[in-house]
Design a protein around this ligand. Structure first.
Ligand SMILES: Nc1ncnc2c1ncn2[C@@H]1O[C@H](COP(=O)(O)OP(=O)(O)OP(=O)(O)O)[C@@H](O)[C@H]1O
Ligand SMILES: [Mg+2]
Length: 257
């Protein structure tokens, strides 16, 4: 079953057609890869799918519901969580605080919650705290729980992003270059976490990545974008063997073919 349906999406910025009539499905339970040369429109597509941009044309459906142009926080509550190409943790807060801050439908976030709710709020805060500790332990960041996020390495920040995504128990996670700046050891762990989250919690992934080893190891299917649209889709072997993909990466699409 298609969990996320991208239909005919387009978005231009001034004269730049960032996404151009792009369509594809992400099937439930898959770790789907989204690759393509720099500027192919991958991040813009994420922004369109999660309500950060409004498309010029097309439709986004999640679990059969139309979520086109729905505000980001509502997309989040629908069960889609995303990470950013440039990590967005709060540098002045600790790792633990960063996780506890993940928005949810917590009672405690209702600013005007009546006083008599206080005890329930307190209990929920305790639950969020315990959950944050569990997640921190899961991604092996326990020794850094009270470290300021600003002091972490690039790779550790990527882990915090994944951990933040896990806090909300989403149905689907969109990852924008989770492997960028991550050392090979951490990369193996990262791949392990993603696989485990899919296998054990049934979370569906759509993952943008330039690291071909990560993509080829982890993702099936792999969707290739070029010049704002889907060029092809297939498994690792099919993508590797496709001349159009090679041409797109070499800039061959501008050639005489
Ligand atoms: N907010 C924006 N304003 C103007 N142009 C934009 C904006 N966002 C993206 N673009 C342009 O749209 C095109 C697609 O950009 P996008 O960031 O989606 O590519 P990408 O596939 O994610 O590339 P990369 O692999 O380098 O991250 C590029 O030409 C980019 O310059
Ligand atoms: Mg990008």
């Amino acid at each position: 079953m298609a969990l996320l349906e991208i239909r005919d999406l387009s978005k231009s910025f001034g004269g730049v057609q960032a996404v151009n009539r792009c369509s594809f499905d992400v099937e439930e339970g898959t770790i789907t890869g989204l690759i393509g040369p720099n500027g192919a429109g991958k991040t813009t597509l994420f922004n369109l799918a999660t309500g950060f941009y409004k498309p010029d044309t097309g439709q986004v459906k999640f679990q059969d519901k139309d979520i086109t142009s729905v505000a980001p926080h509502r997309v989040f509550h629908a069960g889609i969580c995303r990470t950013f190409q440039i990590t967005r943790e709060f540098k002045e807060m600790t790792v633990l605080e960063n996780l506890m801050l993940v928005p949810s439908s917590q009672l405690g976030e209702r600013v005007f919650a009546p006083l008599f709710l206080n005890r329930r709020v307190h209990k929920q805060e305790q639950e969020v705290y315990e959950k944050a500790l569990q997640v921190i332990e899961y991604v092996n960041l326990k020794h850094l729980a009270n470290e300021y996020a600003g002091n972490l390495s690039g790779g550790q920040r990527k882990l915090v992003e994944i951990a933040r995504a896990m806090m909300s128990e989403p149905k689907m996670i969109l990852l924008d270059e989770p492997g960028a700046g991550v050392n090979p050891t951490l990369m193996k762990k990262l791949i392990g976490y993603i696989r485990e989250l899919r296998d054990e919690r049934g979370i569906t992934f759509l993952l943008i990545e330039h690291d071909m080893e990560m993509i080829m190891n982890l993702c099936e299917p792999i969707i290739v974008m070029s010049e704002g649209t889907k060029l092809m889709q297939g498994n690792a072997a099919e993508v590797r063997g496709d001349k159009r993909v090679l041409d797109a990466y070499l800039g061959g699409q501008h050639g005489d073919s």
